[in-house]
Design a protein around this ligand. Sequence first.
Ligand code: URP
Ligand code: ZN
Ligand code: ZN
Ligand code: ZN
Length: 486
Amino acid sequence: MKTLIKNGTVVNATGTARADVLIDGETIAAVLAPGSSLLGFDIERNVDTVIDAGGKYVIPGGIDAHTHMQMPFGGTEASDTFETGTRAAAHGGTTSIVDFVVQYAGENVIDQYKLWHEKALGNCAIDYGFHQILSDVQDSSLTAMDELVAEGVSSFKLFMAYKGVFLSDDGQIVKAMQRASDNGSMIMMHAENGSVIDLLVQQSLAAGKTAPFYHGITRPWQAEEEATHRAIMLANLTGAPLYIVHVSAKQAVEQIALARDNGQNVFGETCPQYLYLSLEDQLGASSEEWGDFEGAKWVCSTPLRSKAEGHQHHMWQSLRTNDIQMVSTDHCPFCMKGQKDMGLTDFSKIPNGIGSVEHRMDLLYQGVVDKKITLERWVEVCSTTPARMFGMYGKKGVIQPGADADVVIYDPNGHTSIGMPTDAHGAPTGRTHHMNMDYSAWEGYEIDGHVDTVLSRGKVIVDNNQYLGRKGDGQFVKRGLSQYLI
Ligand code: URP
Ligand code: ZN
Ligand code: ZN
Ligand code: ZN
């Protein structure tokens, strides 16, 4: 099966050019000057399918390196399965995810890893890799780290918060970092000072401050900055590469930038919610249905930050200047009914997480339209850097011969309305997202662009909002070590 994508504008992280893309089977065979022939051979007449991408961008498929499909968490389970979540991702122009295998304190790491393979196998619409979460690091976890690197799982997430659930103490963190320094893997850090947060939460609840808004108040930027700094120092001590996940505070960005200036292998990820949504939005949120519990829709950790304090503005700027390297969603969806509402009278019982896997490419493209980042930077932070950061570049993250034909045709003259509006009786009024959620954290967002066609390893899986793929199309990606390390 050969496909020619003609007349498009190919956008890579390194530059933009008018070019035709020839796909042979699952792979990009050639990137050619528009309308060119190969040694007198008329390409267009010798392919099975021609897609006209005139006036549109042809970009490498998005890579969302931070998702939690069907993750057991907060007394419930994230509402997207590997099937629904990856299908939604495909609709939004994302062609690979890296999801987190969870080891809770006391569980066996390798058993959990096998369990996650069982969950994903045969269910995914797009390719998927795994990071491994290590909770409460034990000696057995260290040997598991070596085994997993050999399996293509080259990154490990540790937590400085969520005591009794995920948290590792500083000694455990150092042990895991020493091992990462030896085997070349990446340490990913949830950088928030958990004991400080636990205290503030208890004090808030005791004072009767139980509404969702207090989730953010009890997770202040100081707790993020302090933990980010501590993680950086522990990584410095051990020589481990460090990737800070879901950065939301400008002060945490400053710590990352300082470490990078000092030559340390430290990287930062932010998420669409920290670029667009704010604590003020959450405070002001109220609805007929939920009252001020409406704010639960945006309860995630790290929390939304104050716009007045300038975090959002700083985050866009950091993305442009490479103080922050990439954008993932931290897709961790929960429904309001039956999940978020477990915290109706106590914000600390609201499962933490926001669902955005379908919207990342669009939300970041709006940053191009709004002149916050360039077109090439959009591709870089959404696809190329995630591929490089997590050992997939060459196959993923670039339009070039030999790469997997994971390609998105994006229409800059198109339009995307995000959300799932309902009529007065709560019935959907037409357009809706594809994530398995009963609300949208992004209701009402309008994007000046549109994902037209999505190819996953050469197969068209989405065309003009229609899903044409099948569950099980997606394959496990065995990753190498980070390509940012020398
Ligand atoms: O609120 C969040 N981020 N939920 C997912 C778990 C995590 O810490 O990434
Ligand atoms: Zn986290
Ligand atoms: Zn997460
Ligand atoms: Zn369109």
